[in-house]
Design a protein around this ligand. Structure first.
Ligand code: AMP
Length: 226
């Protein structure tokens, strides 16, 4: 199953992409993570995009598309994938059409005020990477700034600043929302009934949609094989 997941920053795309990856056995491919790795390693690309990422603007299309193309060419993506953060504009969606087909596009929608609070509240352990969020009761650290698992320090993303959050949400409205129309009947819009409920509970809404599509793909596959 080849899935795209998109939605405004702070809606929990990454968490749900991980849950999809675990349930359906397909890799979670996050372009944001891939780009942050380039920055972290200090590669030529990383040095080129560091400032742009911190500002909240999009890095050049060629860079994002090229990294996605390389990632999708790896063996584990042959059986499917959940693509998080790409495409983020119509031009990137056209780039993707040249690289891979998709079966379903999930659009997770949510109210702006909730998103700003969530982005402002999120942090992760610098040792084990566990995510926390002081704006979500079930994800609030017991002791502020400290990981409940290993006592590591909780650090915030460089682009979770008020200025960059504003730019990122504006870019989403202007560049990414047009994808709703672009993907037409491949798109499924999900609005969580209780946005602050634990992710596993909200995931049931996503599971229902993906189970249906997965069953269809599997029966089409076995008909072909018969
Ligand atoms: P994310 O982790 O998905 O919130 O992405 C973090 C940052 O990476 C964004 O604010 C952009 O600077 C950059 N980025 C992520 N995805 C893309 C993309 N598809 N095209 C260009 N830049 C991107």
């Amino acid at each position: 199953m080849r899935v795209i997941i998109f939605g405004p920053q702070g809606i929990g795309k990454g968490t749900h992409a991980d849950l999809i990856s675990n349930k359906y056995g397909i890799p979670h491919i996050s372009i944001g993570e891939i780009l942050r790795e380039e920055v972290g390693k200090g590669t030529g690309i990383g040095r080129q995009i560091d400032d742009v990422m911190n500002s909240g603007a999009l890095v050049p299309d060629e860079i994002a598309a090229d990294l996605i193309k390389k990632r999708l060419a790896r063996n584990d993506a042959k059986k499917g994938f959940v693509l998080d953060g790409f495409p983020r504009s119509i031009s990137q969606a056209k780039d993707l059409e040249k690289i891979a087909d998709v079966d379903v596009v999930l659009f997770i929608s949510g109210a702006r005020k909730v998103l700003v609070d969530r982005l402002s509240g999120r942090a992760a352990c610098e040792k084990c990477g566990k995510s926390y969020n002081s704006a979500i009761p079930s994800l609030k650290p017991k002791k502020e700034g400290v990981c409940g698992v290993d006592g590591g320090r909780l650090v915030r993303r460089a682009d979770d600043t008020p200025e960059a959050i504003k730019v990122r949400l504006e870019v989403f409205e202007k560049e990414t929302i047009p994808l709703v129309k672009f993907y037409g009947n491949k798109l499924v819009k999900i609005v969580f009934k209780e946005p602050n409920a634990p992710a596993e509970r909200n995931f049931e809404q996503i599971s229902k949609v993906l189970d249906r599509i997965n069953d269809k793909l599997e029966s089409a596959g076995s008909e072909k094989g018969a």
